[in-house]
Design a protein around this ligand. Structure first.
Ligand SMILES: [Zn+2]
Length: 61
């Protein structure tokens, strides 16, 4: 059984996050606390996430 998504837990608010496949070093935003998280490790479909100090930047979404 394979999954097309990866899962992780926000280190700040402990929300379960399900995201499209991303690689180590990429960043994402927690939808709950809006914190920017960086992928520290990916293994077996699980992400290890770490908070990133937010810098003022326009992500252009
Ligand atoms: Zn969060």
């Amino acid at each position: 059984m394979t999954t097309a998504t990866l899962s992780g837990i926000c280190p700040e608010c402990e929300t379960d996050l399900t995201v499209p496949p991303i690689v180590r070093g990429e960043t994402l935003s927690c939808p709950e606390c809006m914190l920017t998280l960086r992928v520290e490790d990916v293994r077996d479909g699980s992400l290890t996430l770490q908070m990133v100090e937010v810098q003022l930047r326009d992500w252009g979404q």
